[in-house]
Ligand binder design. Sequence first.
Ligand SMILES: C[S@@+](CC[C@H](N)C(=O)[O-])C[C@H]1O[C@@H](n2cnc3c(N)ncnc32)[C@H](O)[C@@H]1O
Length: 290
Amino acid sequence: MADLNNSYAYASPRFPVFYDAWVFAMFGNTNSETSVYQKYLRSYSHRQVILDLCTGTGRVVRALGEDYSHKSLEDAIIYGIDHAPAMVQRAQATCTPTHPMQEHKWKVASATNFYEALDDGEKVDLLINSAGSISHLLHRRDVQSFLDQVKKSLRPQTGVALISVLVEMIHGPEEKEGPGGSEDLVQDGMGGLILPCEDDGEGLSGYWHKSATKVTWNEDKTVRTDSFYVELHTGGSGAVAWREDLNWGLAVFDEKAWAEDVESAGLKVVNMIPEGDSYQRFYVLSNLAT
Ligand SMILES: C[S@@+](CC[C@H](N)C(=O)[O-])C[C@H]1O[C@@H](n2cnc3c(N)ncnc32)[C@H](O)[C@@H]1O
């Protein structure tokens, strides 16, 4: 866990509650991509095993249960895995199985080494990696390790992985120069924000203030760092109860390297759900290749 430094946003124990408020401000209760997941749910003779990798606060796990019903979800085993303990804790506290036989399993593990976190080497029917989380893997060798773990964890022949890539990370810095480069800064999360806070998880209420995001690029323009601060203002005076300077890194998505690495891992891209007007593209990987 060496990479979880003090100001890494997802490692902050205060961040997850704000994250949920922020995502709600951007998307409301709609999870447009759940129709993509729904397409790949299957009924098997065994209990379907779903893995939401980089689960964060469990948004996808919640959406799977709440947005629609599918017979296979009734007794599904749903893993939520993330390397940030605070995010996993929040997911565990906010997600409830939607059926008596549905089982949730929450684990702290890295996307580059998660196979061992699956109980008894359990195989996965549907692996979901949403919201462009893959771009948090900053080095090609991390993406390669991730793909090796996907290969190991997917059920032979029938297992499918849905990997989301943010369109802005496919295009890289020339398409967008950070704050000011976007049509809608609130929609894409880059702008400053004031959001109500009913309970920060420690009983404090008031409002959140997120600063505009500052974007910096490394020298060869392959990795960008997003930095911002989050404050919680409480009471009538709006006093700052806490403030944290936070950041994360995002790597530009290299389509050529990705194609090579998917093949080397023994996986196959069987579909690409095009970005269209969307902010993300899904790669559908199958474990058909041997
Ligand atoms: C953009 S959030 C997405 C959260 C959630 N899937 C959603 O759709 O709301 C990215 C998540 O990826 C997690 N993450 C980033 N790098 C990771 C890694 N190497 N291993 C496991 N989780 C990672 C972060 O902790 C964070 O919770």
